[in-house]
Design a protein around this ligand. Structure first.
Ligand code: ADE
Length: 230
């Protein structure tokens, strides 16, 4: 799986995803991360990538040309004949969830476009973007954190990225339920005991208890999720 990120802050992307599980997945070649600096593709002699909005108003708008040239450089580097999906990070997009992560994990290449300032010239969005995606109903300063959030959640669904296959199978949202509570040693911590059934070694009872806990948790914390399975 190859992630390409068009951004003005490539170090943020590389630093953020270069550690822990995603870092290991990059080192082992399970995923690749190509952070492309849009500024490297400007033709403007001072290196500008933005300008004032036509019609006036606050802030600056990212220009179409450097983004288009950065995008072309990525497309030229992709051997695959199929045009990859281009995901524009925007609070105006469809809200990202686990189902979208699963769907996107099936792609060979994905291009993320991260905006900054007040926005991006609409014409380049019309030309290259296939999906507008938001990570929630709040506004961030740029698309880098949303791209990192998405790449993290998609990566862990790519074969071989998690060493224990089970952990992607029995986790929150995998069947529209939240995950059951987990415990480890010691058996008692500051007077709080691990539920007896987990010490019993009785696998059927443990599974039944976990299922009940998942349902209870989902009812208490995210009852909206239950509408999807009832
Ligand atoms: N850019 C700014 N805010 C965002 C959000 N909530 N989701 C995706 N991209 C964004």
């Amino acid at each position: 799986m190859n992630f390409h990120v068009l951004t003005l802050f490539p170090d943020m992307i590389k630093d953020g995803l270069g550690t822990s599980i995603t870092g290991r997945a990059i080192d082992s070649g399970k995923i690749t991360l190509n952070a492309v600096n849009i500024r490297d593709y400007t033709l403007e002699k001072h290196g500008h990538v933005d300008d004032y909005p036509y019609g006036g108003g606050a802030g600056m708008v990212m220009q179409a040309e450097p983004i288009y040239r950065a995008y072309q450089s990525v497309i030229e580097g992709i051997k695959n004949k199929k045009r990859p999906r281009v995901l524009y990070m925007t609070p105006q997009g469809k809200v990202f969830n686990q189902q979208m992560a699963r769907e996107l994990a099936g792609e060979e290449d994905l291009i993320f476009l991260c905006g900054h300032y007040e926005g991006v010239d609409e014409r380049i969005l019309e030309m290259i973007v296939t999906d507008n995606v938001s990570i929630g109903d709040y506004v961030l300063t740029g698309g880098e954190l949303p791209a990192m959030v998405m790449i993290d959640s998609i990566s862990r669904l790519v074969d071989g990225v998690l060493n224990n296959k089970d952990s992607a199978e029995y986790e929150s949202f995998s069947d529209n339920l939240l995950e059951y509570p987990q415990y480890t040693r010691p058996e008692e911590f500051m007077g709080r005991k691990v539920p007896e059934v987990l010490l019993s070694g009785h696998h059927a009872n443990i599974e039944k208890w976990r299922k009940e806990q998942s349902l209870k948790r989902t009812m208490e914390r995210r009852p909206d999720l239950l509408n999807n399975i009832l």
